[in-house]
Design a protein around this ligand. Structure first.
Ligand SMILES: Cc1cc2nc3c(=O)[nH]c(=O)nc-3n(C[C@H](O)[C@H](O)[C@H](O)COP(=O)(O)OP(=O)(O)OC[C@H]3O[C@@H](n4cnc5c(N)ncnc54)[C@H](O)[C@@H]3O)c2cc1C
Length: 532
């Protein structure tokens, strides 16, 4: 059982005094890894620190189990940082008749928005423009989908104040909410709402730190070389040393890499690509856009304004064959994906968007479970429902699903581990357990810090902002024209387990999504690491 008493994960962090129990530091990592290497046994070893693995670590630790959670690279190194950053109610699953998956998504969205992470997830309006390419039949279908989505919200008991009802828009209202749209032939639009994350990698960091606050040992740069039901042989990627971690139960949450660790797990990865554009090129975008893919009734390209001068445009769904790339590579973005997204964008926008306007692009691989007999067929048709599989040796693998349902995936995986190994654990508590930084909306709105920081750090925002009081240089942006400050980098080193420039620029902040910005920010990241 976990000897540490849980602290209050949502407590703001002071500028002086001991680091809070949620803080991840290089010293903590070294101490905890040394303890495990010396033979300390934990109840649960979790492999992978994406949303699913971090969720499993939190689930188990908050039930009173002792936990070690490892990642070969960093928090959110894998698919979890390449998402559309939506916490969605599963509309798409409704359309394909997967009611259970849609309902589960809607319930989890409500929990994140109203209880566990209201600082990180906010309601985002989306406009579906009724252009001449959208037939009246398609518009009617989309409208009934949005109405069904609202009924799902209601059945998941998410307040209308959290997610407003969908509404038909006149052409004037549509242009007001989306001035970038082409006006010729625009009949109006359909307005709908969904949850939007401040950033997916920040969600993972918040989950992992909350797990740490409940006593979990959260260790990055520790690779599982081999697994069985009683632990793992691991390699410290910073020193090259190998150790054995002993555990009563093992949860494999290594996403698209899961099949490499456990026999019999067959995945069929599918690639999804997003473009990064500068928002000043597109004009004011108070709402996101659903742009129908011509010729397809239930497929849309999403235009996702981020509020930081960038807009993401996605996404594709293409099966990927061959080996899954590992560090230092990330999934490649083919020119065909970029061309497809620009073409669909061109069907609806007034402003021409050219290849040269694409300042960044990223692709992620969905860890979909291969349920077909021969690995064929469209990946868009593979169910997004997650699966929990227990191997003959007793390793519990959890795959599939999505960011939105990470909590439920973690609960199911820990339930399976507890049952199969007979662990003495309390009931799952994560449905109402606030993540680090979470607080009620009136508390968040009263915090004395810039709104952008509150959206990313919640109750910790005043402490991040306060770093600049002691050293005004830390209030400087790391790149001219981008809002991330040097204080955020220092914070990431002191409290969020960042150990190198990649952690700082590609995961704790997302400066690196635009390669030119990343290059310009490199020196600031090196200085933050050296200073700490
Ligand atoms: C393009 C795209 C868009 C998406 N958009 C959305 C969205 O808007 N909303 C939504 O809800 N879902 C979305 N999803 C789905 C969602 O992103 C994924 O389902 C989810 O992030 C998977 O998380 P995970 O933790 O299971 O895997 P990952 O995030 O991939 O985590 C696995 C981790 O395991 C680690 N690892 C691998 N091998 C080892 C080893 N041997 N030892 C130790 N560690 C190891 C990796 O480094 C990695 O960090 C999207 C997916 C894609 C591809």
């Amino acid at each position: 059982m976990n000897p540490m008493r849980p602290s209050s994960p949502s407590n703001p962090v002071g500028l002086s005094g001991p680091a809070p129990a949620s803080s991840l530091t290089a010293a903590r990592r070294a101490r905890e890894l040394a303890g495990l290497a010396a033979g300390e046994q934990v109840d649960v070893l979790v492999v992978g620190l994406g949303a699913t693995g971090a969720g499993a670590a939190l689930d188990a630790a908050s039930r009173g189990l002792s936990v070690a959670a490892i990642d070969a690279h960093d928090l959110a190194f894998g698919t979890s940082r390449w998402s559309s950053k939506l916490i969605h109610g599963g509309l798409r699953y409704l359309a394909s008749g997967q009611l259970d998956v849609a309902y589960e998504s809607a319930v989890e969205r409500g929990a994140l928005m109203e209880r566990t992470a209201p600082h990180l997830v906010r309601a985002q309006p989306f406009v579906l423009p009724l252009t001449p390419l959208v037939s009246r039949g398609q518009a009617a279908l989309a409208w009934s989908g949005f109405r069904a989505g609202d009924a799902l919200r209601l059945s998941a008991r998410t307040a209308r104040a959290t997610l407003p009802a969908p509404r038909r828009l006149s052409a004037v209202e549509t242009r007001h909410l989306a001035p970038a749209l082409r006006t010729a032939g625009l009949r109006g639009g359909l307005l709908s709402w969904d949850g939007q994350l401040a950033d997916d990698a920040r969600l993972v960091t918040a989950i992992a730190r909350t797990a740490a606050a409940h006593g979990a040992r959260v260790l990055t740069r520790v690779r599982a070389v081999s697994l069985d039901g009683s632990g793992a042989v691991v390699r410290d990627e910073l020193t090259g040393e190998e150790h054995t971690i002993r555990a009563r139960a093992v949860v494999n949450a290594s996403g698209v890499w899961a099949g490499g660790l456990v026999d019999g797990v067959r995945l069929r990865p599918s690639r999804g690509t997003h473009l990064v554009l500068r928002s000043d090129g597109l004009g004011d975008l108070p709402a996101g856009l659903h742009i129908p893919v011509p010729g397809q009734s239930n497929r849309f390209v999403l235009v996702l304004p981020q509020g930081d001068g960038r807009v993401y445009v996605g996404l594709t769904d293409e099966p990927v064959d061959g080996a899954v790339p590992d560090v230092p590579e990330v999934p490649e973005v083919p020119e065909t994906d970029i061309g497809f997204l620009l073409d669909v964008l061109g069907t609806a926008l007034d402003v021409p968007v050219h290849r040269g306007d694409v300042v960044g692009a990223f692709a992620g691989l969905r860890p979909l479970l291969d349920t077909s007999a021969d690995g064929s067929g469209s990946t868009a048709d593979i169910s997004r429902k997650h699966a929990v599989l227990t191997s003959a040796e007793g390793v519990v693998t959890v795959v599939g699903g999505k960011l939105t349902t990470y909590r439920r995936m973690a609960q199911d995986a820990v339930d399976a581990a507890v049952a199969s190994r007979g662990l003495g654990a309390g009931p799952c508590r994560t449905m109402s357990l606030p993540l680090v930084g979470a607080a009620a909306p009136h508390v968040l709105s009263g915090l004395k810090a810039p709104r952008r920081l509150v959206r990313r750090y919640g109750t910790e925002a005043p402490a991040v902002h306060g770093l600049g009081a002691a050293d005004p240089a830390l209030r400087e942006p790391v790149v001219p024209g981008h809002p991330v400050t040097r204080a955020e980098l220092v914070w990431a080193v002191r409290h969020e387990g960042a150990v190198d420039t990649g952690d700082l620029l590609d995961r704790r902040t997302r400066v690196g999504l635009v390669p030119a910005d990343r290059e310009a920010a490199l020196k600031a990241a090196e200085e933050a690491l050296a200073g700490a």
